[in-house]
Design a protein around this ligand. Structure first.
Ligand code: GLN
Length: 456
């Protein structure tokens, strides 16, 4: 009742959801009945979860934020959704996003723009802006997003919530609409690190429907956290923390930099050894990411042809059917990415763009490996600025892409990263939240959650 009531009151301003489930109350009553009967309950019994609209749900529409899939209802649940339901969670609705995950503000949704709950004249970030805003406005307890180049971490930072991008392969991508398959991961949002850890546990593990999902053992993430009672005993003693030099220099908001430096001091007080590290290929990651993500997208999005699902144009010749369905259904950003990707992959340009971007990816992976051999975790801001105004960057795609500088390298390297609120800067009505990004080696999510928990 409390959550639905708040959702109804806040949704006209925030617009986090593209679809709200009609069966939430019935499902919650079912949990009540189970409690009364003393039956065994799943670990997430009755927990309300928002699901990004590019993650398939059998009983609700799944559009990926695109008009081309308006009205589409998948025949199956994504593995992550199935696992959450098996643990007892209730899906409250499908959250707004930039079309197919391409964007950083939700302004690229084919349906609506979501507002930042801290200041409704500002963007919530993106592309998982609906999932971040919904947790921030307490319209649901936790939510799922997807992160190809920062789409969980940057909105978590803008909305003042916790966001986790797991290791590539930690969570099955089965039922996640593919944007750039070698970078895509399903991630989690919570209003605390503990909530995020619990959700990560529920969705992690191998899945025979996703060949890239890992068989690596899944630890009990929530039990790895440090108890508040132990904070006096220097619980981080000996932890080696590298602050990434390239992320705290020119072009980064001064208030953001000082929040990150304050966080470093806090880690030192708790026993960590903080040093500055340099990742020489850091600035190359952004252009390489946009070449690779667009190239993979141009191939992945060929499935939206007006025949298999979604929008179908009226045309009497097959090529017009394809062309018109796509012209009507895709928004401008998606069309631009398809053109960029097709160009980068075409025979004459392949070596100059796609192949070169792959070479840069190898360099980025190596520089992360070197830095993480010497450090347990790396820290940086999650975004160079706090949330900006709706409309501010909408006509300047390069400025918007530049805002992804802090996050894209992590996807190129395939490693996990956690964002937790670590401070505020001036702006908005009562200040704007800043998120600290913590990065670890593959499958070290437990280490990140342990450190992130300290910021609560
Ligand atoms: N903003 C980035 C892009 O548009 C990242 C998006 C994402 O992680 N899905 O590609």
């Amino acid at each position: 009742d409390e959550y639905l009531d708040r959702l109804r009151r806040t949704e006209p301003q925030i617009r986090s959801f593209l679809h709200v489930s009609e069966t939430v109350m019935r499902e919650a009553e079912e949990v009540d009945r189970l409690v009364e009967s003393g039956a065994a309950l799943g670990p997430l019994a009755g927990v309300l979860i928002g699901v990004k609209d590019n993650i398939c749900t059998a009983d609700m529409p799944s559009t990926g934020g695109s008009k081309i899939l308006e009205g589409y209802r998948p025949a199956f649940d994504a593995t992550a959704v199935r696992m959450l339901k098996e643990a007892g969670a209730i899906v409250i609705g499908k959250t707004n996003m930039d079309e197919f995950g391409m964007g950083s503000t939700t302004e690229g949704s084919g349906f609506q723009v979501t507002a930042n709950p801290w200041d409704i004249s500002r963007v919530p970030g993106g592309s998982s802006g609906g999932s971040a805003a919904a947790v921030s406005a307490k319209q649901c307890v936790v939510s799922l997003g997807s992160d190809t180049g920062g789409s969980v971490r940057q909105p978590a930072s803008f909305c003042g919530v916790v966001g986790l991008k797991p290791t590539y392969g930690r969570v099955s991508r089965y039922g996640l609409m593919a944007y750039a398959s070698s970078l895509d991961v399903i991630g989690c949002f919570g209003s605390s690190v503990i909530d995020t850890a619990i959700i990560l546990n529920a969705v992690s593990g191998h899945d025979r429907f996703d060949a890239t999902s890992s068989t690596h053992e899944v630890p009990e993430y929530a039990s790895c956290l440090i108890s508040i009672d132990d904070l006096d005993s220097k619980p981080l003693k000996g932890l080696r923390v590298g602050m990434i030099r390239e992320t705290i220099g020119d072009g980064v908001d001064m208030g953001v930099v000082s929040s990150i430096k304050d966080s470093a001091l806090h880690l030192e007080e708790l026993g960590a050894i903080v040093t500055e590290v340099s990742l020489p290929s850091f600035s190359l990651g952004l252009p390489a990411y946009y070449i690779l993500a667009s190239s993979e997208a141009s191939s992945n999005l060929s499935r939206y042809d007006g025949v298999r699902y979604g929008n179908q144009a009226t045309a009497d010749e097959l090529n017009y059917l394809y062309g018109d369905s796509r012209a009507e259904g895709f928004g401008p950003e998606v069309k631009m990415r398809i053109l960029m990707g097709t160009y980068a992959l075409s025979a004459g340009y392949y070596d100059a763009y796609y192949k070169r971007a792959q070479q840069v990816r190898t360099l980025v992976r190596k520089s992360f490996k070197d830095a993480l051999d010497k450090n347990d975790i790396l820290i940086s801001p999650a975004a160079p600025s706090p949330a900006y105004k709706i409309g501010e960057k909408v006509n300047d795609p390069l400025a918007m892409y530049a805002g992804d500088i802090m996050t894209v390298n992590v996807n190129l390297a395939g490693v996990p990263a956690l964002v937790a609120p670590c401070g505020f800067v001036e702006g908005g009505i009562a200040g704007l939240p800043v998120g600290l990004q913590m990065i670890a080696s593959a499958f070290n999510e437990d280490k990140l959650l342990r450190v992130g928990h300290i910021f609560e």
